[in-house]
Design a protein around this ligand. Structure first.
Ligand SMILES: NC(=O)c1ccc[n+]([C@@H]2O[C@H](COP(=O)([O-])OP(=O)(O)OC[C@H]3O[C@@H](n4cnc5c(N)ncnc54)[C@H](OP(=O)(O)O)[C@@H]3O)[C@@H](O)[C@H]2O)c1
Length: 339
């Protein structure tokens, strides 16, 4: 009988998640009931939002201790009693940290178009690329000639935002941790300037690199970096609240921005958004991103961590920054390999 390894939440993490917050269990590989599909997971998307899901109710109910950790991922349909999904189809959905996912027709399960690498279906053509596209164009609304600043600029979402800003004719300034990531931003992605928040005075560098102020601040990190940007907004600036990863490990002690009062003087707007709200426009987003990727105007990269059991360690790497671009776990399926 084939088996299904699953990474379950053992208890809610306090601060940075540790291995003991999770447990690896083994059960039988599921069989599909009426209307159900079994997906063999290939890659799991390691996303900052997982930290929220295992902590509390967010835009989705919290994962409870004992449950499989919720995660987006891509996989292949290996058994199906569903009329829209056939064995062999490659699909994207909320598959969870496990070898095989048993899904019913109610959970969104989207086919991966032919020719798309399944890893890119989680990255540049997946949630991260679409978050960058809709967050920047629909909330940030940059105009050619304006200055766009993005935090988390070398990450999966931020790296697309900075390059899109350039495509739209803006000046683009990225904030990232470390000289290597900053060199990547200016030398490989073509941003106009990069700020190393780990080694430089962010407020001083924002003043130096954005002499006309910040017209669009696309924020992935929150905390003191957001605060420094709020102090240097241009008139009628737009602050796009995409994420606040610097705060996710301890929201009870979240850093409250002190400079939000500057929104008044600058007649600025600060707005959060969720990419899920754009689901009916995802095809539009992919159609906009695909030619830019093909033309080499949107470079993207990924870090693949090998093995389902490494998923908790991979999650930590989002917070240490120890990855390049989109962070994925490759599901290893040792039982199948041994058979
Ligand atoms: N609103 C939405 O619908 C939506 C959808 C997807 C993602 N998001 C948000 O977008 C953001 C980026 O997500 P992603 O998946 O693309 O991850 P990512 O940027 O690829 O990885 C996270 C990056 O955050 C940086 N970071 C971690 N701790 C930090 C800290 N204390 N201060 C400053 N930077 C820190 C690290 O880069 P450095 O090495 O530069 O520190 C790390 O590489 C997250 O906040 C996420 O929640 C929002």
């Amino acid at each position: 009988m084939s088996t299904n390894r699953q990474v379950r939440l053992r208890r809610r993490p306090e601060g940075m998640p540790v291995d003991d917050d999770f447990e690896l269990t083994t059960t039988a590989r599921p069989e599909p009931g009426p209307g159900q599909v079994v997906v063999k997971n290939l890659y799991l998307s390691i996303d900052p939002t997982i930290r929220g899901w295992i902590d509390r109710d967010t835009y989705l109910p919290a994962v409870k201790p004992g449950e499989v950790v919720r995660s987006a991922g891509v996989g292949e349909v290996v058994a199906s009693n569903h009329d829209r999904h056939r064995v062999g189809d490659r699909v994207f959905g909320l598959v969870g940290w496990q070898d095989f996912a048993l899904l019913d027709g109610k959970a969104p399960l989207n086919p991966i178009p032919p020719g798309i690498d399944p890893r890119d279906a989680l990255g540049v053509f997946g949630v991260t690329g679409l978050t960058a596209y809709f967050g920047l164009t629909d909330i940030g609304k940059p105009v050619a000639g304006e200055t766009v600043v993005v935090s988390g600029a070398a990450g999966a979402t931020g790296s697309i935002v900075g390059q899109l800003a350039k495509v739209l004719g803006c000046r683009a300034v990225g904030i990232a941790g470390g000289a290597t990531k900053c060199r990547y931003l200016t030398e490989e992605l073509g941003l106009d300037a990069a700020i190393d928040y780990k080694a430089e005075d962010v407020a001083a560098r924002l003043r130096a690199t954005c002499p006309d102020g910040i017209h669009v601040f696309f924020d992935n990190v929150g905390g003191p970096i957001l605060d420094a940007a709020l102090a240097h907004l241009a008139m009628r600036a737009r602050v796009v609240v995409c994420g606040a990863i610097s705060q996710y490990n301890d929201l009870s002690a979240a850093y409250g921005p002190k400079n939000y009062v500057n929104l008044i003087a600058r007649r600025a707007r600060m707005e959060g958004f969720l990419v899920l709200d754009y689901a009916d426009r995802f095809v539009e987003g992919v159609m906009r991103l695909a030619p830019l990727v093909a033309q080499g105007k949107l470079k993207h990269r990924s870090t693949v961590v090998e093995g389902l059991a490494q998923a908790p360690a991979a999650l930590r790497r989002l917070f240490t920054g120890d990855h390049e671009g989109k962070l994925l776990v490759k599901v290893d399926h040792p039982a199948a390999a041994a058979a």
